[in-house]
Ligand binder design. Structure first.
Ligand code: G3I
Length: 466
């Protein structure tokens, strides 16, 4: 009996509570419950360099709206003054913005203390162009009285829209060189047959993004495809295969590639003509033949502006090699078959000296040729005496980058072309543990570290542009 009485008491209390709610204006089952709808944000209007109008659809019963504006679509940061800014209409003037920047907005409806969820997100990009950041290499180089291309060696698989390489490339560089994929061995799969995909991707990326493309390299003894190395035809037929290759490649990219390394590293470290398959099978005139074929192909394709370069390494410190290179260059000049010299500059933090570099490069300046510092990297562990990039070596590397950029920047305008670094990140460089270099240790030769962070070397490059 006791239990029944208690239950009846609770039930009676509940009924009273419900009735009392209705008396003093609380909601009751008879009053309509207002469900505040989540707003729908619509496209922005009146977009200028520094402002836009945010719009949304009215929500019945809403007394006001709260608008958020951010530079990130996860709203991790808000544009000052636009974090839950309360508005009573269905528009908001968003002002004080920067040109060429994407903004994101969303809105909530409010009635009394009730606030709905966020609306959909609208993206809007203000008109105009972002002021270029002078801490980007190409931006600072382009602002010089006599600008030049700032180049980087690339791989086709880095050139994916939105990749970290893509972002750094478009911010920092104005020229690209294929580190490998525009050489004969990846392209030439047989007599008259080619694998163009990687080379096309690199060339198209440059042309689609207003970035200069330097072709490297039509003829190089370290890039001979097996089928040509094992060629069983006569020497004359071998020469015809080389001519066909040069003609087909230069023709394919006519008007899309501004310059080619026609012959790469034809001089050996003793200052003699390197005994390559090309010299052996085509004879001493092979270099001039290759440049003639490249020039003829370009002219036939209507590309009379193609720049033909000769490219080599260590000529600043190896004087016999330097002298032989300029003998080749002089010979090509007599037939107007060369427009520039590529100095690879695979240097160390100790060598070559400023004077050695200037002496070497100035011989090409005196000939009126374009200068391409074509493969710049600066070793800091060539003797394998450190196991990480010490601050001391990092600063020495910074000074060496600054030195060579200053040398290049001081060139006469007529001789400037490009200064190209040979890759992005230290751990992707060809140098660490390189058997070619007989470099058994690690090294950190480039401008960005393994995490794509800027190194002091990058600062040195920028300071060289002052
Ligand atoms: O991508 C292929 C891969 O698909 C294949 O499975 C693998 C099998 O060997 O080879 C890969 O290609 C390698 C390529 O680099 C990747 O980028 C080649 O083997 C390798 O030989 C090639 O090395 C390049 C080297 O030239 C030879 O072409 C280096 O990256 C490049 O830094 C180096 O650059 C040269 C310049 O062209 C001329 N001056 C000297 C400089 C340093 O050697």
């Amino acid at each position: 009996m006791r239990i029944i009485k208690i239950k009846m008491g609770i039930a009676f209390f509940l009924v009273l509570t419900l009735l009392s709610c209705s008396k003093d204006g609380g909601s009751s089952s008879s009053d309509p419950v207002i469900v505040l709808g989540t707003p729908f944000a619509s496209n922005a209007s009146s977009i200028t360099d520094n402002s836009f109008t945010a719009n949304w659809v009215v929500v019945p019963e809403a007394e006001s709206y709260l608008i958020d504006v951010s530079t990130s679509n996860n709203f991790s940061n808000f544009v000052t003054g636009y974090n839950a800014l309360e508005k009573t209409g269905t528009t908001a003037e968003v002002m004080g913005l920067s040109p060429g920047v994407s903004y994101f907005y969303r809105v909530r409806a409010k009635q009394g203390n009730e606030v709905t969820n966020n609306s959909n997100i609208i993206t809007v990009t203000t008109t105009g162009n972002q002021p270029e950041d002078p801490t980007y290499l190409k931006v600072k180089a382009n602002a010089l009285p006599n600008p030049f291309y700032v180049g980087v060696a690339v791989k086709a698989n880095q050139l994916t829209d939105g990749s970290s390489y893509d972002a750094v490339l478009k911010n920092e560089f104005s020229s690209i060189t294929a580190e490998y994929e525009m050489k004969m061995n990846p392209i030439s799969t047989g007599s008259g047959s080619y694998s163009w995909d990687a080379a096309d991707k690199i060339v198209n990326y440059g042309n689609d993004n207003g970035i200069n493309v330097h072709g490297h390299a039509l003829v190089w003894h370290n890039a001979v495809p097996d089928w040509l190395s094992n060629f069983s035809g006569t020497d004359a037929e071998f020469a015809l295969e080389v001519k066909k290759y040069i003609t087909d490649v230069v023709t394919r990219y006519a008007g899309k590639i501004k310059s080619w390394d026609v012959v790469n590293e034809a001089v050996d470290d003793n200052g003699n003509m390197r005994s390559t398959i090309f010299l052996q099978k085509m004879g001493a005139n092979y270099i001039k033949d290759c440049y003639q074929w490249a020039r003829d192909a370009a002219n036939a394709a209507g590309d009379t502006n193609l720049l033909l370069f000769y490219n080599d390494y260590a000529t600043s410190t190896n004087i016999p090699k330097q002298n032989k290179m300029f003998t080749i260059v002089d010979d090509l000049m007599t037939s107007n078959l060369i427009d520039g010299v590529g100095f690879q500059m695979h240097n160390t933090y100790l060598s070559p000296t400023k004077e050695q570099i200037e002496t070497d490069i100035n011989r090409a300046v005196a000939l009126g040729l374009k200068i391409h510092v074509s493969e710049l990297d600066i070793q800091v562990n060539q003797n394998n005496d450190i196991t990480y990039l010490t601050e001391e070596r990092s600063l020495a590397q910074k000074e060496k980058y600054k030195e060579i950029v200053k040398i290049y920047n001081a060139l006469p305008d007529a001789n400037k072309y490009a200064l190209t670094v040979w890759g992005f990140k230290d751990n992707e460089s060809w140098i660490p543990y390189s058997t070619d270099l007989n470099h058994p240790g690690n090294d950190w030769p480039l401008l960005y570290d393994n995490k794509f962070e800027l190194k002091e070397a990058h600062t040195g490059f920028l300071e060289g542009l002052d």
